[in-house]
Design a protein around this ligand. Structure first.
Ligand SMILES: *[C@@H]1O[C@H](CO)[C@@H](O)[C@H](O)[C@H]1NC(C)=O
Ligand SMILES: *[C@@H]1O[C@H](CO)[C@@H](O)[C@H](O)[C@H]1NC(C)=O
Ligand SMILES: *[C@@H]1O[C@H](CO)[C@@H](O)[C@H](O)[C@H]1NC(C)=O
Ligand SMILES: *[C@@H]1O[C@H](CO)[C@@H](O)[C@H](O)[C@H]1NC(C)=O
Ligand SMILES: *[C@@H]1O[C@H](CO)[C@@H](O)[C@H](O)[C@H]1NC(C)=O
Length: 500
């Protein structure tokens, strides 16, 4: 019996330590709300009906509040709209240092020169968080591409219930410090068993009771937390001695886009923030840029030597995040071609290139190239320097060809380093349930999301399973037993056999 207890304990501990994968959405943009280059038009707070919310709500108190676009605050489920207020996000930027923040409201900003589409992808944060996400020593750039994941971060404190206001018939309540967004509450009082859905402003409206009642807070994956003895007639705060479980989630990696250019591809729909910009630079440092939407990169060289360059608007650890850069290009005078060198730079000028202000990070990166049998194409591989942890965002490749030679880029892309090539890349479409009802766990083309990118949208009640399309259907057969239970049973049988 002792060994069985021990085994149960081991299973319990292992079960708890089990690390779950959560979809990592790589196309969000962190905005430094304290930057003088960002105009904050309006912030709508989730908890401003709570007295002293800046100290009483944990996420505010530890200065880990963040803000998203107003249109993303409500998660569209088929049954209800769930409010993201109080949800914790994991935000990972180029520092690869995951930072947790609590959604504390919505923000409306103006960013000079930005494509308006970017506003639906922003996570507005304080300067202190922004500097942990990006370059630790600070950067003058107010934006950074980031990877975002929904988290159920264990706050190590229990949720609170606030009775915000009341009139003769109803009271308005709100919950804080829950590690998972609430979907509804349940009131059980004698014969009464009533479910109340959340209001769009994260509050609940309840009819008044003359006596104290018990209220269950129900998260959108149907977990319950009980608040006992709530008197709705008093404007006050209640705590509970219970909280939602929290799982160990695998941290996401920040991933810059590997696709730099493919000849002929239509780039009109890709946000400039996530595009590699292309330039060529003549011997006299005269810079010529190609429009971001250009699908043909071809030019006659104005000087010898000549450099082709790529610029990313988010500075990152290129040397760490990537193993190599591959580039295939045509050269009209293959026999005269000579490779000169490939260098990495850091620059915080991202709308134009100025070599005078760029800092050299790595020079003469190890490069191999060969000429294709077709007599015009050069295949090139540029290796990064895995010993360098410095940030960079500008790659300059210098060639020697006679003036007037035509160069044209066929394709160029990056290959991730081993540590970074294991993550499923999800996009912002995972940040909404798209009117489904439950979390899809199967792999099927019927799913609105790609494999491993299905968001958490809820669980079905007992006897129902989630369909390929994300709706709860009656279960066909009951044949599920936990792996741990199976293990215990087989060990038990084995032990019995040994004893006998
Ligand atoms: C929910 O749907 C509405 C209408 O289609 C849309 O405006 C809103 O952005 C959606 N919410 C999220 C989180 O995508
Ligand atoms: C009391 O508040 C509820 C909910 O906000 C509202 O529907 C109701 O009309 C109010 N009653 C009075 C008498 O103001
Ligand atoms: C590129 O795509 C956009 C939008 O899908 C379209 O309007 C445009 O005509 C396309 N351009 C080319 C050159 O195909
Ligand atoms: C710089 O390049 C452009 C073409 O991209 C050319 O028109 C201009 O004359 C050049 N300027 C100098 C100083 O060479
Ligand atoms: C890659 O992911 C799998 C599971 O998703 C994990 O078991 C494995 O250890 C990962 N490998 C690396 C190198 O991180």
């Amino acid at each position: 019996m002792f060994s069985l207890t021990l085994l149960t304990l081991v299973c319990y501990v292992l079960g708890n330590r089990h690390i779950l994968d959560t979809p990592c959405m790589t196309d969000f943009v962190a905005v430094n709300l304290n930057s003088p280059r960002i105009i904050v038009n309006e912030i709508k707070y989730c908890y401003d009906k709570i007295p002293d919310f800046r100290t009483s709500v944990h996420g505010h108190n530890i200065k880990s509040d963040c803000y998203i676009n107003e249109y993303l605050i409500g998660v569209n489920k088929s049954t209800n709209t769930v409010n993201r207020c109080g949800e914790w996000l994991e935000v990972v930027g180029p520092s690869q240092n995951p930072v947790m923040c609590m959604i504390a409201g919505s923000v409306d900003v103006t960013i000079n020169g930005a494509n308006p589409q970017i506003y639906t992808r922003i996570i507005g944060v304080r300067n202190s968080i922004f500097s942990q996400i990006t370059i630790a020593s600070g950067t003058s750039l107010p934006l950074s591409q980031v990877t975002v994941a929904e988290s159920d971060f264990d706050l190590r404190i229990n949720p609170s219930l606030y009775v915000l206001s009341k009139n003769d018939t109803h009271a308005i309540i709100q919950f804080t410090d829950h590690n998972r967004p609430p979907e509804k509450i349940e009131i059980i009082d004698g014969e009464l068993n009533e479910e109340i859905k959340i209001n769009s402003d994260d509050t609940f409206t309840i009819q008044l009771f003359s006596h104290s009642i018990n209220i269950y807070l129900i998260s959108f994956d149907s977990e319950k937390t009980e608040f006992k003895g709530i008197d709705l007639n008093t404007i006050t705060r209640y705590a509970t001695d219970d909280r939602f479980v929290s799982y160990n989630l695998r941290s996401c990696k920040y991933l810059a886009d590997t696709q730099m250019f493919i000849e002929g591809k239509n780039y009109t729909n890709i946000l400039p923030m996530f595009r590699w910009k292309m330039y060529y630079i003549a011997d006299n440092d005269n810079v010529t840029s190609f429009p971001l939407t250009e699908s043909i990169i071809q030019f006659d060289t104005p000087s010898d030597p000549i450099s082709t360059c790529f610029l990313y608007s988010t500075p990152l650890r290129l040397n760490q995040d990537f193993k190599e850069l591959r580039m295939d290009f045509r050269c009209s005078d293959l026999h005269s071609y000579k490779f000169i060198g490939a260098n990495l730079y850091y620059t915080d000028r991202i709308s134009s290139v100025d070599m005078k202000t760029a800092n050299l990070i790595s020079s003469d990166l190890p490069t191999k190239y060969y000429f294709d049998k077709d007599g015009e194409t050069i295949h090139m591989k540029i290796g990064f320097d895995a010993s360098s942890y410095q940030y960079s965002n500008f790659i300059k490749i210098t060639h020697s060809v006679p003036i007037g030679t035509t160069l044209s880029l066929k394709k160029s892309y990056l290959i991730r380093s081993k540590a970074n090539d294991n993550q499923t890349e999800c996009d912002h479409t995972t940040f909404d349930c798209q009117f489904t009802e439950c979390t899809i766990t199967t792999t099927s083309s019927a799913s609105p999301w790609q494999e491993n990118c299905q968001p958490t949208c809820g669980t079905c009640r007992v006897g129902y399973v989630c369909s390929d399309q994300g709706f709860c259907l009656k279960e066909q057969n009951f044949n599920q037993r936990s792996g741990c239970l199976n293990l215990i049973i087989s060990m038990f049988v084995l032990a019995l056999l040994l004893v006998l």
